[in-house]
Ligand binder design. Structure first.
Ligand SMILES: NC(=O)C1=CN([C@@H]2O[C@H](COP(=O)(O)OP(=O)(O)OC[C@H]3O[C@@H](n4cnc5c(N)ncnc54)[C@H](OP(=O)(O)O)[C@@H]3O)[C@@H](O)[C@H]2O)C=CC1
Ligand SMILES: Cc1cn([C@H]2C[C@H](O)[C@@H](COP(=O)(O)OP(=O)(O)O[C@H]3O[C@@H](C)C(=O)[C@@H](O)[C@H]3O)O2)c(=O)[nH]c1=O
Length: 295
């Protein structure tokens, strides 16, 4: 089973590369495979002839995307188009990752399901939704996983950013009116591993399509930051006397608007792939343990 991984220097791409490195896996950083380069995409895909392509490449800065619209679409829409077309040309399955930010965030009662209308409020979300639509149009064998609020110990993400800030200053202000499901990167990688195993044994009846997958419990960024602070204090990597303030998004000035509610319902994924939704607090403990060991 040959697996091609794109964006392998990124947070997800690197972790996927580590996970699959013992198999017949070709991991490409942007320098090795720029997905916006159509001829390079086709050349590498035709040569390696993968059974599965996992796309870890993306333009992921919601803030910068507002000013770099063309670049965001080049990667998240057109790059995905070339990958999707190349995957189809060699009868490969495409596993593509998307985001909770495809939603407007005004759903009143509970989590978004896969059939809810996606109506992004920022350029990053719009470009990711455009990529999803292309995958659906071009690929016969695809899995799109929308996930949210990814974190690990190594990369730049909300958890590492809160811990770094708390280690440098005593007070932090975090928005309290945006709700979502933090997702430990290791849990997402395990889920992708489940998909790959199903494809490996050719148990693929009814698996193709769009899925949501996130951790639980659902929280606001402020609540998430409070738990990060609490666990960090317990482990001794953050002083005990830090102060966390909550603020409304309208008073926290950012370039890109974020959805107020981006909670994803993971039931379809859990049912089809026989997994349980994971408590992100377990992943957070691992992350803080790893950070404290590397200080
Ligand atoms: N991080 C999160 O919280 C969430 C992420 N997602 C999705 O998960 C996926 C992985 O995200 P994550 O690992 O966090 O992202 P990262 O930003 O950590 O990694 C993305 C990788 O893609 C690479 N890349 C950018 N442009 C190209 C290109 N033209 N060709 C090839 N590679 C390119 C980047 O390279 P370089 O470093 O050189 O720019 C980087 O290595 C994305 O699809 C993202 O939308 C979904 C929900 C939440
Ligand atoms: C760091 C920080 C953020 N915030 C707010 C800003 C924003 O509304 C929210 C999250 O901020 P961040 O910039 O960390 O994350 P953001 O770029 O909004 O995160 C997103 O990344 C992309 C790739 C995704 O797909 C999403 O699922 C999500 O994880 O928290 C604070 O209020 N205080 C802070 O100190």
């Amino acid at each position: 089973m040959r697996i091609l991984i794109t964006g392998s220097a990124g947070m997800l791409g690197y972790s996927l590369s580590e996970n699959f490195r013992d198999g017949d896996c070709y991991c490409c950083t942007r320098a090795e495979l720029d997905i916006t380069n159509e001829s390079q995409v086709f050349e590498i895909v035709l040569k390696f002839n993968p059974d599965i392509i996992i796309n870890g490449a993306a333009y992921t800065s919601a803030e910068k995307a507002e000013d770099n619209i063309e670049e965001a679409y080049a990667v998240n829409c057109y790059g995905v188009k070339y990958l999707a077309a190349a995957a189809e040309s060699v009868n490969s399955c495409l596993i593509h990752i998307s985001t909770d930010y495809v939603f407007k965030g005004d759903k009143k009662n509970g989590c978004y399901i896969e059939s809810d209308i996606a109506e992004p409020v920022n350029i990053y979300g719009k470009s990711k939704l455009a990529g999803e639509q292309i995958v659906k149009e071009l690929c016969s064998k695809y899995i799109i996983i929308r996930t949210s609020w990814l974190f690990n110990a190594q990369n730049n993400n909300f958890v590492t950013s809160i811990i770094n800030s708390l280690r440098n200053k005593k007070e932090l202000t975090v928005v309290n009116d945006q709700l979502g499901g933090p997702t430990f990167l290791g849990d997402l990688v395990d889920s992708i591993d489940k998909i790959v195993n199903r494809i490996k044994i050719n148990d693929v009846d009814g698996i193709w399509g769009l899925y949501h997958y996130s951790g639980f419990p659902y929280v606001s960024w402020y609540e998430f930051a409070c738990v990060i602070a609490q666990y960090s204090q317990l482990s001794g990597i953050v002083e005990p006397d830090v102060r966390m303030n909550s603020i409304l998004s309208e008073n926290y000035i950012l370039r890109a608007k974020r959805p107020k509610n981006s909670q994803l319902n993971s039931m379809k994924f859990c049912r089809v792939f026989g997994v349980e939704q994971k408590d992100w607090r377990v992943g957070l403990e691992k992350v803080i343990y790893s950070i404290s060991n590397n200080l």
